[in-house]
Design a protein around this ligand. Sequence first.
Ligand code: FES
Length: 122
Amino acid sequence: MSQYIEVMTTEELAEGEMRLVEVDGHKIVVARIDGAFYAADAHCPHLHGNLWKGTLEGTVVTCPLHHSKFDLTDGHVVTWTDFKGAVRTMAGMVRHARPLRVYETIVDGGDLYVGPQKEPPA
Ligand code: FES
């Protein structure tokens, strides 16, 4: 997305809630946390779990499939899967940790807009 696109009114998203929206043909999850709005790819960068069906703790979303955790502020990986030991090592070789793509948001006149992708974390 190169421009900001209206996705809903701010009143439609309760505090601590996530919602799936479609923006310019992309599935995006939007979240409202402590009054701020966040937007990210709706599918987990591990194996495409549905992040909007996951859980939120502060700004950290947990994937419902293998419990990778991502911070919605910049998409950085908090935890890559809940695999342990050798399985974790093997899984990391097949699909190494990668951040979640996150997007700019703005609120204007009570409407929430999702915009360009933010810079990935360093
Ligand atoms: S698909 Fe999300 S952690 Fe595996």
